[in-house]
Design a protein around this ligand. Structure first.
Ligand code: RTP
Ligand code: MG
Length: 161
């Protein structure tokens, strides 16, 4: 995707504000602000609650890990907010803003990142972001099954040119 005005390639990613951060209105506000300040286009945004099955399915690659149960419980414990975000290098840029998964590592190595500032534990780490083009595709469909990227490119993406 290219925008004529900026001559830059728009990439899509899936970003999620997890239940720990949605539960705190100021944190939710700050994270939404961070998205806007970093020149992401908010393509879609929705609030939703997962059932346990959704959580298990989304994180099935971690099913053998010691933290799987608590991850599943946590992610289906309350409302979260999902975004489809567009930007140049959206995937890596959002992950850079999030910082390392482990909160204490984040605090030591990159204190200005989202997880360093707002993360509670390695599981309750405030946000999710797709880690590759393939996972972005899979995760966007998982959260927004009604979203059609071709239709968006035809109808809405030109608005950003
Ligand atoms: P994500 O998939 O959420 O973007 O995070 P990631 O790649 O940085 O981390 P990953 O290893 O894929 O873990 C997925 C999510 O599982 C939770 N987690 N808890 N030791 C723990 O308690 C632990 N380790 C990971 C986190 O919520 C992490 O985001
Ligand atoms: Mg991961």
């Amino acid at each position: 995707l290219t925008t004529g005005r900026l001559s830059k390639v728009l990439q899509l990613t899936l970003a999620v504000i997890k239940p720990d951060a949605v539960a705190h209105p100021l944190m939710l506000e700050a994270l939404h602000q961070t998205i806007l300040e970093n020149n992401f286009v908010i393509v879609r945004c929705k609030d939703l609650v997962w059932r346990r099955q959704d959580s298990q399915k989304f994180y099935s690659e971690h099913s053998g890990r010691f933290f799987f149960q608590r991850l599943v419980e946590f992610m289906s414990s309350g409302p979260m907010r999902a975004y489809i975000l567009a930007r140049e290098d959206a995937i890596s840029h959002w992950r850079e803003l999030m910082g390392p998964t482990k909160v204490f590592r984040a605090r030591y190595t990159s204190p200005s990142t989202i997880r360093a500032r707002f993360g509670l534990t390695d599981t309750r780490n405030t946000t999710h972001g797709s880690d590759s083009v393939e996972s972005a595709q899979r995760e966007i469909i998982f959260f927004f099954p009604e979203f059609c990227v071709e239709e968006w490119m035809e109808k809405e993406e030109p608005l950003f040119r």
